[in-house]
Ligand binder design. Structure first.
Ligand code: DGL
Length: 274
């Protein structure tokens, strides 16, 4: 890490999902500056080929580094599945924190030995997921569902509407019939519908949101590299999107609990430009 500690942490996702990770980071490290990019111009990533998501992730990473990011959080399970290994190889001097479905804590916690994982098709296809299941499932039965359409509903701010409920019920009811007692949120958009998920699955089922542990990992990595911002004032977040800036701006108070100005970037070939 060659940048100074007041440089921003770069955070990106296909859309507003990354705000669930940013929210946990703001709680843990409110004094850090952040630059956040949501690729609403390409959301959803989940049904796309992994190579395409990898190319988007590389373009976004280059832009965040040009903006002086001192560390990059791939706040997207799909982009992590498609690109994390590639990004680490391509930018060997850069520190990355990525997402992987929290199969390990789920397999440790479950009593029924049946765990549900909600994630996108691309995340389930990636080698990262296969390796997490192979290393940590430990004989536990893993049920999967891709919740088609859920990311789009969350992008519209529909956290509790009829369509959102229908998608979640059709994913979760069959899991409940098979005695799932733990549900892993393997997509960063999904923590925003935890209240609805909890109403469907009931109190006895544990829902795992990985965002707080990802925020902890960011903090650990910054500390280990002497890159924590020591300022006592609240850090600034700069928001960018490749989609509709006004629409994203209107969702910030609801999803992040703070408001901010969102600026628009455009894709020019594989590059992001102002
Ligand atoms: N938030 C993302 C994830 O964690 C991507 C969802 C999508 O764009 O399909 O997987």
């Amino acid at each position: 890490m060659t940048n100074t500690s007041s440089n921003p942490i770069g955070v990106f996702d296909s859309g507003v999902g990354g705000l669930s990770v940013l929210r946990a980071m703001r709680t843990l490290m409110p004094n850090e500056n952040v630059i956040f990019f949501g690729d609403q111009g390409h959301v959803p990533y989940g049904p796309r080929p992994l190579e395409e998501v990898r190319a988007f992730s590389e373009g976004i990473t280059r832009w965040l580094l040009d903006e002086g990011a001192k560390l990059i959080v791939v706040a997207c399970n799909t982009a992590s599945a498609a690109a994390l290994t590639y990004l680490r190889e391509t930018f060997p001097d850069v520190k990355f924190v990525g997402m992987e479905p929290a199969v390990k804590p789920a397999a440790e916690w479950t009593r029924s030995r049946v765990v549900g994982v909600l994630a996108t098709p691309a995340t389930f296809q990636g080698a990262l997921y296969a390796s997490v299941v192979e290393r940590f499932a430990n004989g536990v039965d893993i049920l999967q569902n891709t919740c088609p359409g859920l990311v789009q509903e969350i992008e519209k701010g529909n956290l509790d509407g009829a369509e959102t409920r229908r998608i979640l019920e059709s994913a979760l009811r069959p899991m409940l019939e098979k005695k799932v007692d733990t549900v892993v949120l393997g997509c960063t958009h999904y923590p925003f519908v935890i209240p609805l998920i909890e109403r469907i699955v009931g109190e006895s089922v544990r829902v795992i949101d990985p965002a707080p542990s990802v925020a902890k990992q960011v903090e650990r990595l910054l500390e280990a590299n002497g890159a924590r911002n020591m300022s006592s004032s609240r850090g600034r977040v700069q928001f960018y999107t490749s989609g509709d800036a006004v629409a994203v701006e209107s969702l910030l108070p609801k999803l992040l609990g703070e408001s901010g100005k969102v600026s628009r970037l455009t894709w020019d070939g594989g590059r992001l430009v102002r």
